[in-house]
Design a protein around this ligand. Structure first.
Ligand SMILES: [Zn+2]
Length: 273
């Protein structure tokens, strides 16, 4: 006997009522289990052009981001260190490093694929690391859309996270090039200035100073193309652990590693949370 449409709908509705709390619970558990958002949640949720400014709003948090890669010599060192601490990060990649022919592009492609496979998020950092504010629409198309397509060819997913090279995104044409494609621009709260540093110790010192200046934490900017940064990371984790121990001893909330979704906010309105 075939059930009527209305009784089928009723049955579906009942099933949904029973399942809904379980689904919500499973989501919450998965969130807790993951120290930061990995690609299991996809990058699609950043679609629609929000804004990620950098500082944490509600509680002390740290979201690690790495720019300018993939670089097959240094990125894997960073990936191993992140794995050791169970932390997922976001990598803003440059298309010309991994797109096209040649053994280096191929190795960097493998590195990008591996970064994604290990659960990190991938964001767009333009195709040639261009200064967006001086480009015309045709070049912007190549830099932004060209890189999105190159990323998608490697990881099989379109990204909606974008970081402007040099953090420069001011010209209305450049801003439009990002938002018209549904991308969410990501800035930072703590610049480790690793690109201008000379040693891993200097990178850590800059991180320390950055955290002193922004004690709530937030998005931290690194470059996974630099050997000194790869070598500084264990000390960065040690620094965070030491600060967390001190914070707990004082009865303060420790820093929690979070993903960028914690810092997402809609454009043109106040903070989301
Ligand atoms: Zn960069």
């Amino acid at each position: 006997m075939r059930p009527s449409l209305s009784s089928s709908l009723l049955a579906l509705f009942a099933v949904a009522l029973v399942l809904a709390p379980a689904i919500v619970r499973a989501g919450a558990n998965e969130r807790r289990a993951k120290p930061s958002d990995g690609n299991l949640w996809g990058v699609g949720r950043f679609r629609g052009g929000g804004l990620i400014r950098g500082p944490c709003a509600q509680r002390p948090c740290i979201a690690l981001t790495f720019d300018d890669g993939p670089e097959h010599t240094t990125t894997p060192v960073v990936l191993d260190e992140l794995d050791r601490h169970g932390v997922r990060a976001t990598f803003f990649v440059v298309g010309r490093r991994f797109d096209g022919d040649g053994p280096i592009a191929e190795r960097n492609r493998d590195t990008l694929r591996e970064t994604w496979r290990r659960g990190h998020l991938i964001g767009n950092h333009t195709y040639t690391h261009a200064l967006m504010d001086v480009l015309d629409d045709r070049r912007l198309e190549r830099e932004v859309e060209g890189n999105s397509e190159a990323i998608e060819r490697v990881i099989g997913t379109r990204t909606f996270l974008f970081r402007a090279p040099f953090g420069a995104l001011h010209h209305p044409r450049a801003v439009r090039a990002v938002y018209s494609r549904g991308l969410t621009p990501v800035f930072w709260a703590i610049d480790t200035r690793d690109w201008a540093s000379h040693s891993p110790e200097e990178v850590v010192a800059n991180f320390r100073a950055g955290l002193d200046a922004s004690p709530r934490g937030g998005v931290v900017l690194f470059h996974d193309t630099l050997e000194r940064t790869a070598r500084a990371l264990p000390m960065v984790f040690a620094e965070i652990a030491a600060r967390n121990a001190a914070r707990r001893a004082r009865g303060q909330q420790p820093y929690e590693f979070v993903g960028l979704d914690e810092l997402w906010q809609p454009v043109g309105s106040g903070r989301r949370r």
